[in-house]
Design a protein around this ligand. Structure first.
Ligand code: ARG
Length: 265
């Protein structure tokens, strides 16, 4: 089944403030390299037969390339983002406008949440992270607007500040994750819900290997996540490694650059 993704070209990408431990404004980042790597990610999706739509980047919003944070879309309904840090605040309305202009039913959020960075939609439930960015109140707000059960998970390691830096759905009913990013209680929840999950180690997590995108068959993943790639291949997945090192300097990987537009169902 082809997917529909929304992406944002990193034309104004930079590391000029630090809102997560990956970001070092003194070291900065090379925008040209970032654009080239991002083009590679977009091409990988298109080669897999997926549709990529684009939102115009806005000058002065260097993190807007991380489209996953722009909203949560499920069943064709769009729950908007409300960013935790003022540096990214203007991205929320920009992404919401993109959807409302195209006729999607949208909800302007009351509570702080960073879209698909912290919400991962599966067949029966939506997994939701909290601890660094998205608030628990937003988990309730999303559940009410989308009419789907939301399961709250507590993040405890600042390097894994969004749920999508530590966990990704392999398909609608199973996941891969790095246990070290979660509280004891949330680890138990994950073990109960997903006894057959792929468990990643620290080496793969530390190169943002869990920030991957699966269409159920093909998995687009940071090239440096070696062990995880082997595990996934052993499980029968097609692995598509991508090089996104420049965007990792802002704390992002393939999933961060990708907002899935999920239609009616
Ligand atoms: N610099 C961005 C931030 O800290 C990176 C966002 C990464 N996005 C994600 N979905 N994990 O907000």
């Amino acid at each position: 089944m082809p997917k529909h993704y929304l992406m944002c070209r990193p034309d104004f990408f930079a590391v000029e403030y630090a809102i997560n431990p990956w970001m070092d404004p003194d070291a900065g980042a090379d925008r040209e390299v970032a654009v080239r790597q991002w083009e590679g990610l977009k091409a990988a999706y298109e080669e897999l037969g997926h549709q990529v739509s684009l939102i115009d980047p806005i000058e002065g919003l260097p993190d807007m390339v991380f489209a996953a944070n722009g909203a949560l879309v499920a069943g064709g309904r769009v729950y908007g983002a409300r960013f935790a840090f003022p540096e990214r605040a203007a991205e929320g309305p920009a992404y919401l406008r993109w959807f409302s202009e195209r006729g999607y039913p949208t909800h302007e959020p009351v509570h702080v949440n960073e879209g698909e960075g912290d919400f991962l939609a599966m067949d029966e439930v939506i997994l939701a992270g909290t601890g660094f960015r998205t608030s628990r109140e937003a988990h309730n707000e999303a559940q009410e607007f989308l009419g789907r059960p939301v399961v709250s998970l507590q993040l405890v390691d600042p390097r894994f500040y969004h749920l999508d830096t530590a966990l990704f759905p392999l398909h609608g009913r199973n996941i891969a994750y790095y246990p070290g990013a979660f509280s004891e209680g949330s680890r138990s929840v994950l073990r109960r819900m997903f006894p057959d999950a792929v468990i990643a180690g620290a080496d793969d997590a530390e190169v943002l290997g869990l920030n991957a995108v699966s269409d159920g068959r093909n998995i687009v993943i940071n090239s440096e996540a070696h062990d995880l790639q082997l595990d996934l291949k052993r499980r029968g997945y097609e692995v598509i490694p991508v090089e996104l090192g420049e965007l990792r300097k802002a704390g992002g990987g393939p999933k961060c650059c990708t907002l899935e537009i999920r239609g009616e169902n």
